[in-house]
Design a binder for this molecule. Structure first.
Ligand code: NAP
Length: 247
């Protein structure tokens, strides 16, 4: 019950990594806002699971690429549980394509959700955190944002973008005791990676010293660590959760 009385908003928490983060915070006593874009049944399932473990949660739909929808999401969340103590920018999409074939829409869609989405959410949550001189902002980057990946120029640009934004905001918000960090997962087994061909999975596996793909729970553990009061002197960092794939 390490987060009892704390309110945490997680974008994209209906599935995958966001779901594991929501369940982990729920088990630790936090009030959990489960954001999703369209999978209401799955988001409701996450809420039910948290409640059946004795926790408090609500599901709220909003497209993070829409600035006004993010304002509505934060307003509704605050009405339900009060001020947001911890923001996890987790929503993300891929539109993989070799650069030469990549359409402008495929570039824009990924930037709009992954980078602009994080900007939109931080815009609506940060002011309150700065006023209260307390807050944690954690954004999901990717190993791809650090080293690049063929076929993912749009995704890599969005993830490198959130890393740059994280480091800048750590400098702006530090004096108000708001920490801003990013997590860069490696290859994690979720819907996002489910359709990758076996040959690509094997190539990734050969690059992972720990000899296994990551789980959503592996990432959730790192998020809870960064959100903890004991991590209060960690800001502007990118924590890799990649089985040793890159140092
Ligand atoms: P996932 O299983 O595909 O789930 C994506 C989540 O994002 C879903 O909850 C989805 O909601 C939500 N979402 C998508 N577009 C949205 C939008 N416009 N507004 C609000 N929510 C939206 O993805 P994942 O693998 O868990 O990835 C989570 C994060 O980790 C992403 O930022 C991803 O880039 C990052 N990451 C993943 C890996 C990996 O290997 N899986 C590696 C590195 C980084 P709906 O269910 O309603 O569609």
């Amino acid at each position: 019950m390490q987060y009892k009385g704390k309110t945490v908003l997680i974008t994209g928490a209906s599935r995958g990594i966001g779901k594991a983060i929501a369940l982990a915070f729920g088990r630790e006593g936090a009030n959990v806002i489960v954001n999703y874009r369209k999978n209401q049944a799955e988001a409701d399932g996450v809420v039910k699971q948290i409640e059946s473990d004795g926790g408090h949660a609500i599901a709220i739909a909003a497209d993070v690429s829409d600035f006004d929808a993010c304002e509505g999401l934060v307003g509704e969340a605050e009405k339900a549980f009060g001020a947001i103590d911890i923001l996890i920018n987790n929503s993300g999409i891929t539109r993989d394509q070799l650069f030469i074939r990549m359409k402008p829409e495929e570039f824009n869609d990924v930037i709009d959700v992954n980078l602009r989405g994080a900007f939109n959410m931080i815009k609506h949550v940060a002011r309150g955190m700065l006023k209260r001189r307390d807050g944690r902002i954690i954004t999901m980057a990717s190993v791809v944002g650090l080293i690049g990946n063929a076929g993912q120029a749009n995704y890599a640009a969005s993830k490198a973008g959130v890393i740059g934004m994280t480091k800048s905001l750590a400098k702006e918000f530090g004096k108000k005791n708001v920490t801003v960090n990013a997590i860069a997962p490696g290859f994690i087994e979720t819907d996002m990676t489910a359709d990758l061909p076996e040959s690509i999975r094997e190539t990734y596996m050969s690059q992972i010293p720990l000899g296994r793909l990551g789980t959503a729970e592996d990432v959730a553990h790192a998020v809870l660590f960064l959100a903890h009061p004991n991590a209060g002197y960690i800001s502007g960092q990118v924590i890799g959760v990649n089985g040793g794939m890159i140092g």
